[in-house]
Design a protein around this ligand. Structure first.
Ligand SMILES: Cc1cc2nc3c(=O)[nH]c(=O)nc-3n(C[C@H](O)[C@H](O)[C@H](O)COP(=O)(O)OP(=O)(O)OC[C@H]3O[C@@H](n4cnc5c(N)ncnc54)[C@H](O)[C@@H]3O)c2cc1C
Length: 534
């Protein structure tokens, strides 16, 4: 039987995630499957008697950046041990669909697919036949690519994670074919994409115990930009989309079915170093408009490159980074993937022309064509957020209240120059230290403010609130990929307005009347329970 372990010093790490905020909890469990998830919920209900059951915060790998997995009291349900591979089928279009538990780690999934070594314990003969066919055919991969590969698939689904390659492949959402979700009362909903749709803004669901739910969906329209802010809502939407990106607030994902994709024959990563940010925006727009094989367009600003230069000079973990010339002031990374070498070469030639037209040159460009080259580039991209985290940890030694302030906002195509101008002018006015990087192809940069003092920290927070308002006015999203969690919930009201956030809370109460799951995510507790903001 799964244990509810009283919270103790041995489990302190489970009070934190990568947002570097810390919470509190009374107990923790590590269920290994859906039956154990249901059992934990039942014991928590029994312990409460006639009162409200304790809050439950679900965790995957705790790599989230919005404190969604940080508990605010009650129970922590950590699903990292529910990590089995459950089976495989081929759909009618020949797509391989892999069933996994939520605790499967992305890096391991990738390795098993590349090595053809998926653990098959307990698979049926149909599953094994599908596997044999898959291994005999072109290599498959899972396209969603958050930089942090230690994330779990369940956490990635709960955040609708995305990453560099989402420029071509989109976020998690389109790659999720099926899902099993345990509701707060222990009932289960099984969802398969295409099977249950809303009628306008009414969604009727049936649980496995036969209970019928008639949900009234919020009335807002989502932005025409990359978005991970609040619930996914649209007329006639697929029911599965409501649970993807719901930040652990509507139900516990106990199983996922993932659509795999064939690995493109040629993938070349091109790091283009440029002299100024305007050129970087123009290169982005030109690549977006003219090279259809582009899978990723990423950006690193001058401050991000400077941080890498400093880390490299310090040696140790970052000594493997290639040298960065002083003249380089920013970098646009373009990834091209296609089936034929000739086409890859002509894409590369076109990219070369675009670069030269914007002040770039062959000498200022790295092209990665082999696995080893690509690995170096991956290390380079991961080193930026890692270095910033290390810098902040150093500053926290002087003032432990300081944390990194990382933005995650996006705007629609056509507003890239405007949003960058906004960031630059307001950062300069406030005199704040920062570093920006991220998914410029989706008009989505992570601007990280690096506070040197609590005054800087307060100024940075004011700036973020201003950006949230301006980005919302531009038709963008306050969180494009990390989710709202606990850290960005004020911005949700900025983006959608208080009334629409109240509608989201109402929707949550229809599925989780005690507001037990993911307490503090998206809304504060009072608002979630139907009161006004505390
Ligand atoms: C260096 C670095 C770079 C990153 N880059 C990116 C990036 O490019 N793109 C991106 O999207 N993210 C990025 N992230 C953030 C993070 O990796 C993702 O948000 C990831 O999807 C979280 O997965 P996890 O398993 O760690 O989830 P956790 O952090 O454990 O949980 C995240 C949220 O999901 C909920 N949750 C977890 N499991 C379940 C479940 N089974 N059922 C219901 N709810 C659940 C939690 O309650 C919480 O609200 C980065 C993080 C780091 C540290």
């Amino acid at each position: 039987m799964v244990a509810l372990i009283p919270m103790d010093t041995e489990h302190e790490a489970y009070l934190r995630d990568e947002s570097r905020s810390t919470g509190s909890a009374d107990s923790i469990s590590f269920p290994r499957d859906e039956a154990e998830i249901v059992a934990v919920l039942q014991r928590i209900r029994e312990a409460a008697g006639d009162g409200a059951p304790a809050p439950v915060t679900v965790q995957g790998a705790r790599t989230g950046l919005a404190a969604g997995a940080v508990p605010g009291g009650g129970h922590v349900m950590n699903l990292s041990r529910a990590n089995r591979y459950l089976g495989l089928r081929v759909d009618e279009d020949g797509v391989y669909c892999l069933r996994v538990q939520p605790g499967v780690v992305l890096a391991e999934l990738r390795r098993h697919l590349a090595d053809k070594s998926l653990p098959v314990h307990g698979w049926s003969s149909d599953d094994l036949r599908a596997l044999e066919r898959m291994y005999a055919g072109p290599e498959q991969f899972f396209p969603t690519d958050p930089t942090e590969t230690s994330a779990c698939l369940g956490g990635m689904a709960a955040c609708n994670a995305s990453g560099a390659r989402s420029f071509r492949y989109g976020p998690m959402r389109p790659h999720i074919r099926g899902m099993r979700v345990v509701l707060a009362d222990g009932d289960v909903i099984a969802l398969r994409r295409g099977e249950v749709r809303a009628c306008g803004r009414r969604l009727r669901l049936q649980t496995e115990s036969g209970r019928k739910l008639d949900l009234s969906l919020p009335t807002y329209d989502m932005p025409q930009a990359k978005n991970a802010s609040g619930y996914y809502i649209a007329d006639d939407m697929d029911a599965i989309d409501l649970f993807i990106g719901s930040d652990g607030t509507l139900g516990i994902i106990s199983e996922l079915e993932l659509a795999l994709s064939p690995v493109p024959a040629f993938t070349w990563g091109v790091s283009c170093f440029l002299a100024d940010e305007r050129a970087a925006c123009e290169v982005t727009e030109a690549v977006r408009a003219s090279i259809s094989d582009t899978t990723a367009i990423e950006y690193f600003d001058a401050d991000a490159l400077d941080i890498l230069r400093r880390q490299r000079a310090l040696g140790a973990a970052f000594s493997a980074l290639p040298p960065l010339a002083d003249a380089w002031s920013c970098c646009v990374y373009v990834e091209l993937s296609c089936a034929e070498r000739e086409r890859a070469l002509s894409d590369l030639a076109l990219l070369g022309k675009i670069l030269v037209a914007h002040g770039g040159s062959v000498a200022d460009t790295w092209v990665a064509r082999t696995d080893t080259d690509r690995e170096t580039l991956r290390f380079f991209r991961h080193a930026v957020p890692e270095s910033v985290n290390m810098l902040i940890d150093e500053r926290r030694r002087t003032d432990p209240a300081i944390t990194k302030l990382g933005s995650d906002m996006s705007v629609p195509d056509g507003r890239l120059h405007d949003v960058i101008a906004l960031y630059r002018s307001t950062l300069a006015d406030a005199g704040l230290e920062s570093a920006a990087w991220g998914h410029i192809g989706d008009n989505h940069l992570h601007v990280n403010i690096l506070p040197r003092s609590m005054e800087d920290y307060a100024a940075g927070k004011r700036l973020f609130a201003r950006w949230a308002a301006e980005v919302s006015r531009m038709g963008g999203a306050v969180s494009a990929e990390h989710g709202v969690g606990k850290l960005k919930r004020d911005f949700l009201a900025t983006m959608y307005g208080e009334e629409h956030v109240r509608e989201m809370a109402q929707l949550k109460r229809q599925l989780d009347p005690w507001c037990q799951l993911g307490q503090g995510n998206l809304f504060d507790v009072e608002l979630a329970r139907g009161g006004d903001r505390a």
